[in-house]
Design a protein around this ligand. Structure first.
Ligand code: ZN
Length: 152
């Protein structure tokens, strides 16, 4: 998947491809998860010491919302299996990224963007081509339109 937009590390396309392979398909919620994960890693400067990063994903535990989880796992290497990823139930979509030394940030999907995606994706039987298009849209939307980032 080519997005024409690069995150600061220029890795978005590479990681999206990895996520698609891992997850089995590409969709807007998977892309959301990848972008959230990359923001978390970037903001906490956690790249070199992933072992200290922990993530709590807060979302609805059903498809397509749960697709976000696989995006986060691929982008952060914090997984259910290595116990660095926890899941909490929520009606929105957010993820909290924490370093062991206490620094943390929370990345939430902007409610307006979330509603728009929900309406477009859950309206009827959306054909796979449309789903791909929505994935591209989410991949290329400006970060500040898509997410609310809170640092603590
Ligand atoms: Zn999915």
């Amino acid at each position: 998947m080519v997005t024409h937009i690069q995150d600061r590390t220029g890795k978005l396309d590479v990681i999206l491809n990895r996520a698609e392979e891992f997850h089995g398909h590409i969709g807007p919620f998977l892309v959301l998860g990848v972008r959230m994960g990359l923001i978390g890693v970037r903001e906490l400067g956690a790249k070199e010491n992933k072992e200290t990063l922990h993530v709590t994903a807060m979302l609805k535990h059903s498809v397509p919302f749960s697709c976000v989880v696989d995006g986060i796992q691929v982008a952060t290497k914090c997984t259910i299996g290595n116990r660095k990823l926890k899941l909490r139930s929520s009606s929105g979509i957010a993820a909290r990224f924490e370093l062991q030394r206490g620094e943390q940030i929370t990345v939430s999907v902007n409610p307006t963007a979330f509603e728009r995606l929900k309406n477009e994706l859950l309206s009827e039987n959306v054909p796979p081509k449309e789903v791909r298009k929505l994935a591209h849209l989410v991949a290329s939307m400006p970060e500040e339109e898509l997410f609310i980032i809170r640092r603590r």
